[in-house]
Design a protein around this ligand. Sequence first.
Ligand code: AMP
Length: 282
Amino acid sequence: MKRIQSPAELSQILAPLREQNLSIGLVPTMGALHEGHASLVMRSVKENDVTVVSLFVNPTQFNDPRDLQRYPRTPEADEALLSSLNVDILFAPEVCDIYPEPDLRIFSYPPVDTVMEGARRPGHFNGVCQIVSKLFGYVLPDRAYFGEKDFQQIAVVRKMVEDLQFPLEIIPCPIVREPSGLALSSRNALLSDEERILAAHIYATLRESVQYAMTHSVVDTHNFVVETINQRDGLEVEYYEIVEGSTLQSVKDWSSSETVGCITVYCGEKRVRMIDNIRYTR
Ligand code: AMP
């Protein structure tokens, strides 16, 4: 595995490979890697001749400076894991490599970037589009791999790809969970053992709500999820929205072909912000 820090060197190394018609897969990450990331990487390694994994904690997508500061970083373990997964190139730039000048670009894709996370984390998706568009520009991948844990992120990135006409395919990958059902997340490292057990109630409740939804309205199902989770000391729902899968607009009934419930919950003393989602199929 080759480790590269500079965007120019990355583009230079990839150009001849592309000329040989080798396919390139890109997996963007912020590091502190776990099996969720590994599932994206393994899929890219299987489906492409060359896999590039980027490891960069992108400051422009953090609206809360404390969140950026305490974001877990484990670069040595990340490098060892990626090497064991047969990744070809690890792209690990510093902030000054990516943003030698402030990025003043504004991306706006209403309504998908204005609801849910977009409404609560001002600037978040703008930062995501800034970094992802830069990565796409350096790597020019054939395929880019994203986890469905960040369901809204996939919808926003799809809009950006359409808008900027990047000739690539977005590959959504299923959420990898702990045996308890808790979605794997780099932020889980910030939880104590007890808080991890508590956090497992988020997905347990979402699962229960799929059953509940069979005989209840959307509003009742929404309230069931919020009330059940909020009953637990140490969990506080920030929002739960039951939306249509591509427009991300709230649904009033169960008639859409893809209906997804998206949740954000604060967990424990440090109020770690956890996200998850579930599909309702009837
Ligand atoms: P992050 O490092 O948190 O920016 O995540 C990098 C990529 O890994 C994103 O596309 C995430 O959606 C994806 N990812 C994170 N956690 C999981 C998980 N538990 N299962 C599947 N994909 C995940």
